[in-house]
Structure formats: C-alpha cells, structure tokens
Write a protein that binds this ligand. Structure first.
Ligand SMILES: [Zn+2]
Ligand SMILES: [Zn+2]
Length: 137
C-alpha cells in the first residue's frame, strides 16, 4: 500500500454536497484530484467535475482538499440570496455580457467554489440562477 492510499484511509469522510446532498468522493488520475458526486440536475454543481486544485499538482494536500470541502458556513441569506455554503461569503446574481447569469462573490481562496475558476455555472435566467444557488440540502 502506498502512502497516498494510507492517507486516504486516515481522512474524515467527505460531507455530502451542500446544495443537493449527494454523496461525494475524491477521484484521482495522474493529473489532478476531482471531487465527484452524482449531483441532482437542479444542483449548482451539476455537470461540473469539481477539480481541486486545478493546477494539476499530484502532490496536493489531500487532507486540505477534504477540509475545505467539508467546511460549512452558517446560513445567513441577504435579500433572499444565500451566502456561500462553504466559506459564507455574501453572493449576488450578476448579468453577463452574453446575457446569461452567474453567481458572484468574493470567495475565500481555498473555497471549492472559488476553485472552479472558469467553470462557474451560468444560467439563462436570473430566476434559474438564484433557484439553483439557493437550494440547500
Ligand atoms: Zn450537488
Ligand atoms: Zn465560497
């Protein structure tokens, strides 16, 4: 058994998705780690293969990946918009130039949502965007 496997087994379990409640697991290939789950179609993370980190570092700290994913902030909606489920930052729904909508917020640098980088989900309508974001498991 190599060290990575050993480290996997010593970790606390990954919490379910904060949006849809699906179970999560960590996958690794030679290039990167990914947090993978069977997200519901209405989930903010649906369709994403949430890779943490995106820098293709094979020696990334697995424990840190677990801890940042497992971080859960208190719910504290502002004007009907939920705060980030991981880092707790206030977020807002913004219209993009192309006409689609996206959630924006000043996430912590290690927040799994911040780490989506260019993969932030975009939505056709503001309603859809907010519904998806505000859903909590
Ligand atoms: Zn989900
Ligand atoms: Zn966040």
């Amino acid at each position: 058994m190599d060290d990575v496997r050993k480290e996997f087994e010593s970790l606390e379990e990954l919490k379910p998705c904060p949006f849809c409640g699906c179970e999560m697991h960590l996958e690794d290939d030679d290039a990167e780690y990914r947090l993978v789950g069977e997200h519901k179609p209405s989930c903010y993370y649906d369709g994403l293969r949430n890779s943490i980190p995106r820098t293709a570092e094979v020696d990334a700290d697995i424990k840190e990946i677990h801890e940042t994913w497992n971080a859960r902030a208190e719910r504290n909606p502002v004007d009907g918009v939920e705060t980030c489920p991981h880092c707790g930052v206030v977020c807002s729904c913004q219209k993009l130039k192309k006409g689609s909508w996206m959630m924006e917020g000043d996430h912590a640098m290690d927040c799994p949502i911040f780490l989506l980088f260019d993969d932030y989900p975009v939505f056709d309508t503001k309603t859809e965007c907010l519904q998806c974001w505000n859903e909590r498991a």
